[in-house]
Write a protein that binds this ligand. Structure first.
Ligand code: TRP
Length: 838
């Protein structure tokens, strides 16, 4: 716009650079030389004064000096950019986006109207080195974008910059925070800190870092107990609330994404509150902040761990820094402020400060580490790299051979009119080695992810020292990125043991986690595993079932094979064996007695053949209980019920035959004697045979169709395997028993009818009696059998067999033996028929 006054344009506002140097190509640097500012009164009744920056930051001042040093080095270097010089303008952003914006504008505008009398456009600015905080970098990037001026940030790590469409001209020499949050997540997992607090500042950096951390923690064992934000405009009320949360939470570990700006007032209040026992995990923004290295911080911050960005070595830096003093730069306000900050005195008499005056030639002291500690610069090294990246790119650009350039029609950039976007092309491609480290940018403008793990330990003077205790190398394959020398770490509270930060103590093997309703998964109760389930590691989520033939031990930590049980030759088995052998022997003895006395009246009158049969059958009955003892096998299972049922059938058939004979014999004394003819020995045998045959047929059918087989019963008692014989077909089983029962009942009824028949030795009476016992035993057997498990069922059956056999043996044969052996005088036909006295 032209005015009558002759001036073509008027600068709206001026913003002085802190340092300036002329050169053929100008680059700008923006640094947060103050960490705080005072907002001017914006009521617009008068022209607002410029923002007042407070809190001089010697650390950032050092970064700025590093940039100057690097530019000077490049200018002296005969190989890099020969015949050309670099110039710079360095601005202060006051660590605040708004001031950052003003700095960016000033960078573009040039300093005054005189600078550009024609107001011909932007000053010949090639690139910007800056800014520190991501929030400021975002603003600066937005302003530079329309002019396609590339910027290289030395400290803005926010993951948000990966969006190339939003930040097309953005480069950085610091790894993307995505790697840092990954590293922090791995650190938390590594030390089993499953319940952690997260605190952040109110800026893009904090927002994206916390977002990234939450994403990384998903699917891990770590839960976030709370997330708190320190407000942008520090507010003590809010800070105290945050501290209250920290104090009351079980989370001992607190991850902080913040920088000195908000951490300084926050920590001041924190120390006043006298909270201890917090293990800080610091982000790269403050893990190497020398502001907090003072003695007074140690009890509260000692033991802090965090990921620091890569350090480098700049050989000339410390000498260079020593050359900066108020004598050399008498008019530079920043150098004056540096002096005030370092020595607490004012080098110029004109200033209005109340500080005592000093010469400005004071030699730097050791305690000025925030400024002078150049042993392992990290951010300063980034600044250094950034300058060299620009110098190398520019060098490559100027070295372009006409006709083989990268631009349209193989053209090159013109050295007298280099356009920033042309430099951007070369920046994207640049690759060089500095202090042994290769520097280049990927497609998103990011650099190689590498972090040192830094631990805050007490130094000799009581100050905090940053000790390197490991590293995170993002280029390594997953799982190998994190390398920690654990024994070198000093934890919070001077502890050498890893602090605990959990919501619930871990569950020991033998129990599992049970999540509490409505609470995060990291807060849980421990529930012991159920019977038959185990957990063999700590913090098991689930108890696992033991494999089929296994069962849990008492502690539920291991599966042991189940106890196998069957009716073995243990005390019960042996007792049953003894009883059955005794029974069999007794029967054989009786058989022998009968055989020996086979010609006496009592044997003959009682149908000796049938008696022998019965005794033989009884012997078998006794012996068949032996088949029930021992481990069930294919054959023993087949034999068990069949042998038993057939021998019993045989036995009862014989008794039945005998009853019939008795009945017939006595009824035959009445008219119609020929009934005896139908019950001669042959017929008797036929009856016995056919009655037994029925049972044999049933058993045969059973064996063919659904034979009993050995089986493992795990249902009755789940901790044991019971070996038993499955009946195969229960219908057949009950048929077999039912048939015996039927025979026994029939026998009982017939014998009952014959019980009152005359005769001193009335066989029928004894048969009735024996059948009564028999039936009683087997009726009692049924419920006992059904309700007993495997091996006991076998014992019950075996016992029933023995009991009923004994019952039969005693009832039928004891009276006869008594007479044969003890009362031989009664062993006469007359006596037996009850006729002797008549
Ligand atoms: N890496 C941080 C960032 O990208 C570093 C940082 C510098 C910072 N200055 C800050 C973070 C101020 C928060 C506030 O922003």
């Amino acid at each position: 716009m032209s005015t009558s006054a002759g001036k073509v344009c008027i600068l709206q506002n001026s913003f002085e650079p802190g340092f300036i140097a002329e050169g053929d190509y100008i680059i700008a640097g923006i640094f947060p030389l103050h960490y705080n500012q005072e907002m001017p009164d914006l009521n617009c009744t008068y022209k607002p004064p410029p923002v007042k920056c407070n809190g001089f930051d010697p650390r950032a001042f050092r970064w700025a000096q590093t940039m100057r040093l690097a530019v000077e080095e490049v200018n002296q270097n005969l190989e890099l950019l020969p015949n050309y010089t670099l110039g710079y303008k360095i601005f202060d952003s006051c660590a605040y986006p708004l001031t950052g914006q003003r700095a960016a504008m000033a960078v573009l505008n040039g300093m005054s109207e005189d600078d550009s009398p024609m107001c011909s456009g932007a000053s010949p600015l090639l690139a910007v080195i800056g800014e520190s905080g991501s929030a400021q970098s975002i603003v600066v990037s937005r302003i530079l974008q329309p002019f396609q001026i590339p910027m290289i940030s030395y400290f803005s790590s926010c993951a948000c910059f990966t969006d190339r469409t939003k930040y097309p001209t953005f480069f950085r020499v610091i790894p993307n925070d995505d790697y840092q949050v990954k590293a922090i997540a791995q650190l938390l997992v590594r030390f089993n800190w499953t319940w952690v607090g997260v605190v952040r500042g109110d800026h893009e950096y904090g927002r994206f870092a916390v977002q990234g951390l939450m994403r990384e923690l998903q699917g891990t064992s770590v839960c976030v107990a709370y997330q708190e934000m320190i407000p942008l405009l520090y507010n003590q009320q809010r800070a105290l609330e945050i501290m209250q949360v920290m104090r009351s939470s079980l989370a001992r570990v607190v991850v902080v994404f913040s920088a000195e700006g908000e951490m300084t007032p926050f920590l001041r209040d924190y120390m006043k509150q006298n909270i201890t026992g917090i293990q800080w995990v610091a982000s790269e923004a403050w893990v190497t902040a020398s502001v907090f290295t003072g003695k007074e911080y140690y009890p509260y911050l000692g033991g802090t761990v965090g990921f620091g960005i890569r350090k480098g070595y700049i050989s000339r830096l410390s000498n260079y820094l020593e050359t900066v003093n108020p004598q050399r730069y008498p008019n530079n306000m920043l150098v004056k402020e540096l002096w005030e900050a370092l020595y607490g005195c004012s080098p110029s008499l004109s200033s209005a400060s109340q500080l005592p005056p000093c010469s400005g030639q004071e030699s730097p002291l050791k305690q000025h580490s925030a400024y002078l500690n150049t042993s392992s610069p990290r951010v300063a090294y980034n600044v250094y790299k950034a300058v060299y990246a620009i110098a190398h790119s520019l060098h490559n650009l100027l070295m372009c051979q006409p006709g083989s350039g990268p631009f349209k029609n193989q053209s090159c950039a013109q050295s007298d009119n280099v356009l920033p976007w042309q430099l951007q092309y070369y920046l994207q491609e640049v690759k060089f080695i500095i202090a042994g480290e290769e520097v280049n940018f990927d497609l998103k403008g990011d650099s190689i992810p590498y972090y040192d793990i830094i631990n805050w330990q007490r130094g000799t003077s009581g100050n905090i020292e940053f000790v390197n205790v490991g590293l995170f190398d993002g280029t390594k394959p997953a799982g190998e990125e994190l390398v920690i020398q654990e024994d070198m770490i000093m934890w919070a509270g001077d502890q050498s043991e890893v602090p605990m930060s959990v919501c619930s103590a871990s569950c020991l093997p033998g129990s599992r986690k049970a999540v509490r309703r409505g609470e995060p998964v990291c807060c849980f109760d421990c529930v012991p595993c159920d019977n038959g389930k185990i957990s063999n590691q700590t913090n098991a989520i689930e108890c696992t079932f033991c494999p089929e033939d296994f069962w849990s031990n008492k502690d539920r930590t291991a599966c042991i094979s189940k106890k196998v049980e069957f009716l073995a030759y243990d005390s019960l088995g042996i007792a049953l064996t003894v009883i059955s052998v005794v029974g069999a022997c007794l029967t054989i003895v009786v058989l022998a007695v009968f055989f020996y006395h086979r010609n006496t009246a009592i044997v003959r009158i009682n149908n000796s053949e049938l008696s022998f049969f019965i005794l033989f059958a009884l012997t078998l009955c006794f012996l068949c209980s032996l088949v029930f003892i021992g481990e069930p096998t294919f054959w023993s299972c087949m034999l068990r019920h069949t042998v038993f049922s057939i021998t019993f059938s045989l036995c009862i058939s014989c008794i039945l035959g005998k009853t019939l004979v008795v009945l017939a014999a006595f009824t035959a004394t009445r008219p119609g004697e020929n009934i005896m003819k139908w019950l001669g020995p042959k017929q008797q045998r036929a009856i016995i045979f056919s009655c037994t045959l029925v049972q044999v047929v049933i058993c045969g059918a059973w064996l063919i169709d659904a034979n009993p087989y050995p089986s493992r019963n795990t249902k009755y008692e789940r901790s044991k395997i019971i070996l038993e014989c499955s009946v195969g077909s229960s219908l057949a089983f009950w048929c077999v028993l039912g048939y015996i029962g039927l025979q026994a009942c029939l026998c009982f009824v017939l014998a009952f009818l014959a019980r009152k028949l005359p005769g001193n030795f009335n066989e029928a009476k004894f048969i009735t009696f024996s059948m009564l016992i028999f039936c009683a035993v087997w009726l009692a057997f049924i419920p006992a059998y059904i309700s007993s498990p495997g091996n006991y069922a076998d014992a019950v059956e075996s016992f029933a067999i023995l009991a009923s056999s004994f019952g039969l043996l005693f009832c039928l044969f004891a009276p006869k033996c008594y007479i044969i052996l003890l009362k031989p005088e009664k062993n006469t036909k007359q006596h037996l028929m009850g006729k002797e006295k008549k």
